[in-house]
Design a protein around this ligand. Sequence first.
Ligand code: ATP
Ligand code: MG
Length: 388
Amino acid sequence: MASQDGRLLIIHFGELWLRGKNRRSYIQALKRDISERIGSGFTLVDDYDRLIIKSLEGGNIDLITEPIRRTFGISAYEIARSTIPDLKSITRTSISMLKASGAMSVKINSHRSFKGFKFNSIDIIKSVAAAASKAGIEPSLEGHDTELFISVKEKEAFVYIGRMKGSGGLPAGTSGKCVVLMSGGIDSPVAAWYAMKRGLYPVYVHVHGFPSASEVRSSKIPKIIDVLSGFSKSHKLYLVPSHVFQLAAMKSRRYELVLMKAFMLRLAEKIAVLEGAGAIVTGESLGQVASQTLPNIAAEQHGIKLPILRPLIGMDKQEITDIARRIGTYGESIMPYKDVCSINARNPVTNSNLTEFNRIAKEIGLQGIVSRSVKAAEIEYSDRESDR
Ligand code: ATP
Ligand code: MG
């Protein structure tokens, strides 16, 4: 079927090529994700080391560039025009695109995957360069403001200007599942984004201090998850009340914060087992707040068997904030919210003593608290999770 306005998207995988025997399944996963994002109105076809999306009747390429920009596994993409693979058509299309872009000077690149025509890449470059000069656009190898690419195939040629950077990473779900401890602050949504970037499906766990989960449902938490779902749609959200923990831990003021984190990690591990997830993800950054010193981290994770991924461990708050803005979670993250971690001790321990910590954890019956809290959790699904 003919492309609606001759425009199409060329998608590059980048890193996927490094993945030897897994390559096929990675590309399949990427294609599945892209197909779900673009819906009807487009066709997705293989083209050697890239994918091509063409619009059908009613499909508008402009409407899918944003979803494509957010798709992990895509290193770069171009919006190209398709034309007949002869010198005249290629030159005409090139000049019309250059004029529309407002180019003053241009570097012209040409590549032929089909070499059966009488003209070669040099002939193409010469033809386009001559026409560009005539149109007042200077062909130049250095100092140009625009770069034009021509890709010639047997049945059509693609012409495009510039290349858009994709989100990179690995296609959704190709690394399995993880449990993301999601606070609704600035950091954990960014950590979730990094986990998804490396091909993990997120199962979110949020611990709340409300009498019921309905208060969370109308809070910023689902909104943040909605933003994140633009990068990897499938998710599940566990809303876990904190009251079981808080009732038991009240006495241990100085260790309460550390116990709370230990509680969350144990909760995450239990849920990971239920969900078949292979890792726990947190938004911790070393030394950022009292609970994130090394002795405290050591105490909090004591006894946890699953890998705990902390994608932000070496980042400054400013770097994390910049990414939060870029991925679109920042605006919701700074909205007011009664976070369970904002309770707490005036003088929290920063140098946990493991023996002391273990003694208190045993005394309050941390393991039992975790089991009871998981039972009290309410679970929300995204529309796609239920069919997975
Ligand atoms: P964030 O910006 O993600 O809230 P933070 O800088 O406030 O992090 P902490 O309060 O120490 O730091 O939280 C560290 C991590 O613990 C968070 O990034 C998150 O992974 C997890 N966490 C904190 N609060 C909650 C919560 N209410 N529910 C689930 N996980 C939480
Ligand atoms: Mg926080």
